[in-house]
Design a protein around this ligand. Sequence first.
Ligand code: HEC
Length: 436
Amino acid sequence: MRIARLAALAGAIICSLTIAVGGAAANETPTFTEDVAPVLYENCVVCHRAGENAPMSLVTYQETRPWSRSIKSKVESGEMPPWHADPAVGEFTNERGLSDTELETIVAWVDGGAPEGDPSRLPTTPDFASGWQIGTPDAIIEMPEAFEVAAEGEIAYQYFTAETNFTEDKWVKAIEVRAGTPAVVHHVLAYARAPGAERQPSAYRQIPVGARAEAAARARAERAASSGRPTRAPGSGPGTLIGTMAPGTNPMVLDADAAFLVPKDTTIVFQIHYTANGETTTDRSRVGMVFANGPPEKEIRVSAFLNAFFEIPAGEANKRVDGIIEFTEDAEIHAIFPHTHVRGKRWLYELVHPDGQRETVLSVPEYDFNWQTYYQFSEPLSVAKGTRLEAAAWYDNSESNRSNPDPTIDVRWGEQTWEEMHYTGITYSVEREADE
Ligand code: HEC
């Protein structure tokens, strides 16, 4: 964002020079084909085109013209393109936003009567034909069979299991989840469940917050001590979240020197939230992966931590719940995925460095369940051993929260949307041993 603003400023300076030289040209109303379409193609049509989940296509003039007033109001308010993190905190590779110049172009076009301009100047439509944004996948894992989506009514979360049939460990450098029928798929979470009980190595440990979490951690430690085996963290049931698809998500494309491991014989568990759209239809969603040629320089671990021990009293409008992890090795954090359900309203992530210094790394002031974003840092965050990551979420269980299905009940952890979560997906890397 800061970079965008600087660029806009530079643009403004160049512009004023042009005006001095060129005279009247700068006062002309922008046209769709020449000025507006390039902005829409760059910032909007990834979602606003046929077959995607935005309500209308913004590809042609005929499609866009009826929406011009609405477009102006949504871009001025900042609701479109959607981006929910505070732009003053951090920089992200998947950040969306218009530069000042792009915003001014759209506003001037609408105010000037939204003219079409010369049709021959329309840029070529961006090519999304292949479907996959990550390029041609090396492996595609599909739901074993199509699911019939009812025309009406609330549909409970569905779980589907598909085998990867990987006969060897795979290093994955890009992953994308694609809905079979986008119109009825609200979101897909894809988990990897590796065979055997062993958990992936972890470079952090969870710090229990609150009496119930502490008691549970003690009980777990005692069980582990008596059985001699480590036990699973609560909520780690379906496996590790490796792919997400929801309004606002991007495929995960890792840096050139990075990849994450999907062990051989891994099973993929799809958790899918369907929304009925008036017609009975079917869906067969899938996940695509692009493999690295060999072990990467940076091994990305795709992980998550959560606080399952909270209670949000009925009617409470601003309940804070915390989750804390502490790194037990030097590491780099690449991305963070905040996740609550419909009562969640705000998230804040802070690093507490070993010297006690606090650093805000991600702030989502108006969290919205309808948009699920993995925030991918432009520069990975370096965390020294002993650094803590503190995740705070705030919930509104009052009747003033319009999305609240029932403000009269106390709410605890649960999978269903009327229950709640305090879940943070996190991708991080540690230095790989040279001879591994
Ligand atoms: C990440 C996907 C995505 C991107 C990028 C995006 N939109 Fe949207 N847009 C949506 C979805 C989904 C909705 C419907 C839900 C909502 O309104 O929140 C929507 C709604 C809208 C609406 C309101 C439509 C109505 O029913 O009133 C307008 C106008 C709009 N978008 C314009 C834009 C413009 C202009 C851009 C680019 C500057 C843009 N959008 C970028 C996904 C997107």
